[in-house]
Design a protein around this ligand. Structure first.
Ligand SMILES: [Mn+2]
Length: 333
C-alpha cells in the first residue's frame, strides 16, 4: 500500500482510572489499532452497534504548495493524543484506528491512497473520521465517496476560505480541492453541492467569490454565524440537503479565532468560536446524512506548547461523535 503506516501505540495512551469499571474508561482504552498492511478484511472488527474508524493523512504537502505555514503532517498524532484521555461516554460504539497515509512528493497519489481506505471503510459500514493533514485531506475524503460512485454527495465545509482556486497552471494544493471536485462532478454529470460556513471576506479574492457564485456554491460568512442565532441558515441548509443522499463534513480549524486556534497554517483574527458553529453542526448531523468527517489544518509546530489547537479539534470531534452516534442509533430504534 502506497505510503501507509500503522498508527503508533503511543498515539492512544493516557490516564487510566480503572481497568474493570467501564464507566471510568477513556477513549484510549477502547480504540483498536489495525495494521492494514496485514489485514485486508475489516469485517472481523465490525462490532454490534456503531463503528467509528480513525484514519490519518500525514500531509502538509498541499499547504507547502499553497505557500502556507507547514506543520500539519504531525496533526493526526497530536489530535489522537488529545482524544485519547477523553471519557468513553458511548454505548454500543466500536472504535478502530486503521493508520495513516503520508504524503511525500506526489500529492494526488497520496490523496487517492487515502481515498481507497475511506472507500473501504464506507463499504464495510464504518463512520470514517479522517484526521488531516492540510485541507488537501478533504480531496482524499472525497475520493473515498468518488470511488464508491456516490453521485448524490454534498460537501459542507466549515472554513474561512472557499479553497476553490484554479489549479491548471500550478497544480493542486491545499487551496484548490473544491475546484477539483467541481471538475470531477462536471465530468460525470453529477451535481456539485458545496456549502461553506465561516467565510471571511478578506480571506478570499473576488475571483473566488465569483467562482462560488457561478457554480452554485452556498455560503455564509463568519459574521453570519455569530451567536448561532441566524435562523435563515437552517432553512437554506435544509433545502440544500433535501436533494442529497449523503454529506461529507470537512472542518478547517482556521475558521476559528486565532485566540483559540493559533496552531493553524493561516491564523484568523476575525474567526468564530465553537458556540457560533455547534448549533449548525448539530442541525446538520441530525439530518442523518453525514457519512464522513474530516478535521484539517491543525499545525502542531505552530501551536501553543499545550497543544490547544489540537485539543480544540479533539473536543470538537468528541462532541460531533456523540451527536453522530445518537443520530445513527436513533435510525435503528
Ligand atoms: Mn481550508
Amino acid at each position: 500500500m502506497y505510503n501507509y503506516r500503522m498508527t503508533p501505540a503511543d498515539a492512544w495512551t493516557g490516564r487510566t482510572d480503572s481497568l474493570e469499571d467501564f464507566a471510568a474508561f477513556r477513549l484510549h482504552q477502547a480504540v483498536e489499532r489495525i495494521n492494514l498492511a496485514e489485514t485486508q478484511a475489516l469485517k472481523h472488527y465490525v462490532k454490534k452497534g456503531l463503528n467509528f474508524a480513525f484514519v490519518g493523512f500525514e500531509s502538509d504537502l498541499g499547504v507547502r504548495l499553497n505557500k502556507g505555514r507547514p506543520g500539519a503532517a504531525a496533526a493526526p498524532h497530536a489530535i489522537r493524543q488529545k482524544l485519547a484521555s477523553l471519557p468513553l461516554k458511548f454505548d454500543d460504539v466500536g472504535f478502530v484506528d486503521v493508520g495513516n497515509i503520508y504524503a511525500t512528493d506526489d500529492l494526488t497519489r497520496a490523496q487517492k491512497a487515502l481515498g481507497e481506505i475511506v472507500a473501504q471503510l464506507l463499504q464495510e459500514g464504518f463512520l470514517p473520521i479522517i484526521l488531516g493533514g492540510g485541507h488537501e485531506t478533504a480531496l482524499a475524503s472525497y475520493y473515498g465517496h468518488w470511488f464508491n460512485k456516490e453521485a448524490s454527495l454534498g460537501i459542507v465545509n466549515i472554513d474561512a476560505h472557499f479553497d476553490n482556486r484554479p489549479y491548471e497552471a500550478d497544480g493542486p494544493t491545499s487551496g484548490t480541492m473544491f475546484r477539483q471536485i467541481y471538475d470531477m462532478t462536471e465530468s460525470q454529470d453529477w451535481p456539485y453541492a458545496y456549502f461553506v460556513l465561516g467565510i471571511q471576506d478578506h480571506g478570499n479574492t473576488q475571483e473566488l467569490f465569483n467562482f462560488a457564485d457561478e457554480t452554485g456554491t452556498v455560503y455564509f460568512s463568519a459574521q453570519d454565524l455569530l451567536g448561532g442565532q441566524s435562523n435563515g441558515i437552517y432553512n437554506v441548509l435544509d433545502s440544500w440537503l433535501a436533494d442529497l443522499a449523503k454529506v461529507h463534513l470537512t472542518i478547517d480549524m482556521d475558521v476559528f479565532n486565532v485566540a483559540l486556534a493559533p496552531g493553524v497554517s493561516a491564523t484568523q483574527p476575525f474567526g468564530i468560536f465553537p458556540q457560533d458553529i455547534m448549533p449548525y453542526l448539530t442541525h446538520l448531523l441530525k439530518s442523518g446524512k453525514v457519512a464522513s468527517i474530516d478535521v484539517v489544518e491543525v499545525s502542531p509546530e505552530n501551536d501553543q506548547a499545550n497543544g490547544q489547537t489540537a485539543q480544540l479539534a479533539a473536543v470538537l470531534l468528541y462532541y460531533l461523535m456523540q451527536i453522530w452516534a445518537e443520530v445513527e442509533q436513533g435510525k435503528d430504534a
